[in-house]
Design a protein around this ligand. Sequence first.
Ligand code: GDP
Length: 138
Amino acid sequence: MPQRTFSIIKPDAVRKGYTGAILAELDRAGFRIVAAKKQSISKPQAEGFYHVHKERPFFGDLCTFMSSGPLFLMVLEKDNAIADLRKLMGATNPANAEEGTIRKKFAGSIQENAIHGSDAEETAAFEIGYWFAGYELI
Ligand code: GDP
């Protein structure tokens, strides 16, 4: 059964010109793009998206970073999409990311780490609904 997940190519990777290369990695791994849009987001929008992290010490910096420039929002689909994307992304801190992962190749730091991927079915549902309307999912 195909499963949907939500992903973001973060502002650091867009700024560095890695969008196409990251899309190619996702394509090679078998993800279908259900929906995608490049846009800038406001800090309050970032705060709403990352609300589960609001008590973490890096919350303010993270939301400033996410609203610092255009990013690429995506809904992706494949069998086992959520776990497979997490594996392809690699560890949060690129210093700990496995060889061949997107973060190993493209991330600059624990914060500016190139890509987001939902970590569970409930978060994927929230995150898809936060950024996309039903009619955009085709
Ligand atoms: P993810 O699921 O691998 O993206 O990691 P988390 O859900 O734990 O954190 C969300 C995002 O917050 C990460 O992708 C990073 O951009 C950022 N982040 C996580 N940990 C740290 C940290 O210790 N310091 C800073 N500055 N940012 C962090």
